[in-house]
Design a protein. Structure first.
Length: 280
């Protein structure tokens, strides 16, 4: 697992919280001190939280399930989108649609609609037969659906976990996950409520460098989980091949043994007859 150093967190400004008057008292265990009217996050707690979250995340991914990335704030969109695409994981970076988890069946209908529009647009004969105004309407609808749902286009079932940047901003996503019992991994600033999150990571969720560092750390854990899953599959396949080969060898040996017994049974009467003739 990629180790995040204390210095890395310091350089990225992970320790800078919000103004003291904007804090959430439930974040008190993760706050180190107050300086110039700003709360300073305890980076030792952050390091411990990253390790705990990364280990849990790796276990989820190793079992073959998906993790959804959620980050709709401007400074987080780019890095979260890149990392989710690299890992082939679903993501939401435009806006969270209410019911994206709790009303997943309806979301699936919208995804099918988007796929239908894409299929129609690829069929040039059908698409060009539409009036110019209709083509423009279809194109705009496709753009809108792609912007909002493009990141979850390949999602066929509910994700096993959520990784969220800024739980206060994404409170609807957190509430839906909590209702469905989906574990939430999230960056929690000093104005957040960590009790709503299963794996809170106390960190500055406004600075690009801070968001990038934490997201890449989680991404690395997911990547390791994927590699371990691939290794498990390869080991299982080799084991199955060895067992199949062993079974074939046993079968072949058994068949050879039966052939030898049959041959002995055929030879025995002849040998007996020759022995009787010699006695005479």
């Amino acid at each position: 697992m990629a180790q995040v150093e204390y210095k890395d967190l310091l350089d990225a400004g992970v320790h800078f919280g919000h103004l003291t008057r904007k804090w959430d008292p439930r974040m008190a265990p993760y706050i180190f001190m107050e300086k110039n009217g700003i709360h300073i996050i305890d980076l030792n707690k952050t390091l411990a939280s990253i390790d705990e979250a990364a280990a849990a995340m790796k276990g989820i991914v190793r079992s073959g399930r998906k993790v959804m990335f959620v980050a709709t704030k401007k400074q987080a969109q780019e890095i979260v989108t890149e990392e989710a695409r690299r890992l082939k994981m679903p993501y939401v970076t435009d806006r969270w649609l209410g019911g994206m988890l709790t009303n997943f069946a309806t979301i699936r209908k919208s995804l099918k609609k988007m796929q239908g529009i894409e299929k129609m647009m690829k069929d040039e004969a059908t698409y060009k037969s539409l009036a110019k105004r209709e083509r423009l309407t279809v194109y705009r609808e496709k753009e809108k659906l792609e912007r909002v749902l493009g990141g979850i286009a390949d999602l066929t079932r509910l994700p096993a976990a959520l990784f969220i940047v800024d739980v206060k901003r994404e409170h609807i996503a957190v509430a839906e996950a909590k209702r469905l019992g989906i574990p939430v991994f999230a960056m929690c600033d000093t104005n957040s409520n960590p009790s709503d999150v299963d794996y809170p990571i106390p960190a500055n969720d406004d600075a690009y460098k801070s968001i990038r560092l934490i997201t890449l750390a989680i991404g690395k854990a997911i990547e390791e989980g994927l590699l371990e899953r691939k290794q498990d599959k390869d080991d299982q396949r080799l084991q199955e091949e060895e067992e199949a080969k062993r079974a074939e060898d046993v079968k072949a040996a058994k068949a050879e043994g039966e052939t030898t017994v049959d041959a002995e049974e055929e030879i025995s009467p002849v040998v007996a007859e020759e022995a009787e003739e010699q006695e005479d």
